[in-house]
Design a binder for this molecule. Sequence first.
Ligand SMILES: [Zn+2]
Length: 233
Amino acid sequence: MLSIKLIFLAVISTVVVTTYAQAQRTPNAALKSNPKVEAAHTAIHTPEDALAELREGNLRFLDGKPINTDYLDQIERTKSDQHPHSVILSCLDSRIPPEIIFDQGIGNIFVARVAGNIEDPNILGSMEFATKVKGTKLIVVMGHNKCGAVKGAVDNAELGNLTQLVDQLKPAITGDKSNPDLMLTESAKKNVELTIADILKSSPVIADLVKNDEVKIVGAFYDLSSGKVMFME
Ligand SMILES: [Zn+2]
């Protein structure tokens, strides 16, 4: 009788351990459907929808009420394919992670980052993939205040490959040198405008999509002190 009890206990233990192990390996075992996430995901069909979601996402971030933070759920939803609504070109600066400041998490936005948020053929190719191949509706070029790359251009910084990078920012330098902070801000905003113009000039693929109202391209400016994004429309 004792041996039968032991066998029974061993079988039950094996079943419990196996089930627990499977649950640990399968994130969707613990998924909870979030109606707010579902609503935001299914409501984006136009460039204006995408822009509205980024505006709302930044407000959620500022309010400390993000909804796109269940990363395991987002991995599960996007494991077979991706359909991000926006592509964002932002600065390398570690204080500006677009996925966080727009409360988008995993799978909702393409992000390209380079010091000074400038385009080059690799960035353009990536944006063409995002818009033409994956159907992304919105391109955002986002600069920020107190940008080290813009300051490097103003100060004629020289270091290895960085020299040619800051040289590309020099056409954007504008404003009064006696007010360095304001000058950096004005130059960074000018850099966003010039980058957008360069993207449209250098990519007929994107220019056509924008002309046909299938894609919108907008500038944005991030404030390092507040976390707030201002769209330059
Ligand atoms: Zn920067």
